[in-house]
Design a protein around this ligand. Sequence first.
Ligand code: SF4
Length: 371
Amino acid sequence: MEPQLISQFEKIFIDQNSAESAVVQRIYNIFPHNKIEIVNEKPFPDAFGILSSNEFSRSKRLLYVTEHKGHFFKRCPGAKPGLACCNYFVLNLGLQCNMNCSYCYLQSYINTPLLTIYSNIDRALTELKEVADRYPQHTYRVGTGETTDSLSLDEITLYSRKLISFFKKYPRWTLELKTKSSKVDQFLDVEHAGNVICGWSMNPQNIIEREEHLTANLSQRLDAAGKCLSKKFKLSFHLDPMIWHPEWKESYCELVEKISSMFSPEDAEYITVGALRFQPEQRHMMRERFGLKSLVTQAEVFQGKDGKMRYDIEVRNEMFEFIRNQFLSKSRAWRVSLCMEVPETWSMTMASTPRQIPELKELFAPANTNC
Ligand code: SF4
């Protein structure tokens, strides 16, 4: 385990109800005991609601391990009126992230000054099993990277190992572990049913350095993807969020070159593209935390139907078209789709909506669940 990951946390609070959990036993083995405190109630009970920039930044260094009381399994937030969505389901195993991207939507979402890991993953798996038993004929795609990165803390939790083993029993289902880290060694030996997609959010190295602080660099992400491929895990790449800058075409061209020189279309289940988007209310925090050096805080953006700030639709279309053409110029077999985009962008850029594209039809089919 990297010493940086251990030193990153100032303090680890453990809810007494989680004290016997496997993840807490690991924490005792990994972290100096003087950083660990058992608590009867959630720390900082008064700091609830909108966080200041400083509180948000500090929350990344205060780990809190507790049981999750609500539902673990829920529909992707893209499934809203006005957005074309891929009927993805999310399994939230924590809240907040130890990396620090300037555009991160958690800046408008987190209302507690702690990075939380849920200790009761077994209940999450029970919830999944109940859905599987109730709807045996359905196929589901489940991701764990909505409210935290899927793998950046996985060396501590080892949740990937449990999930991969669980999904082995449900080969019709797909698990996607989506990350900007390079932490994969801890699960490479786990037997799987070929239904696990290891997905990387990708940006050119100049954007990673400028906007995606504390994440793995581009070559580390590509190397980690190569390791997963060697163990027959499926891959996905998400060129998302694309960030406009004067030399964006050169940067993204180089990125596509790197991906397509290391991997073939058969290696990647799919590629998604998306452009910068964020909630208007996080703009102030982004400026305070990243200043005007960030391309994100300088961006010229407009409010869309879903309330989020995005580049003008012409700019987005040009970016998506560019990426798609770059991949298709390497091979017509690359499958490139859009993520979290309005239907107008789909129809302008991809000529049709997801369900009208034969190779994406199944992927975007409604999952029909009451969850
Ligand atoms: S890796 Fe994802 S969750 Fe973590 S800070 Fe970046 S955008 Fe946010």
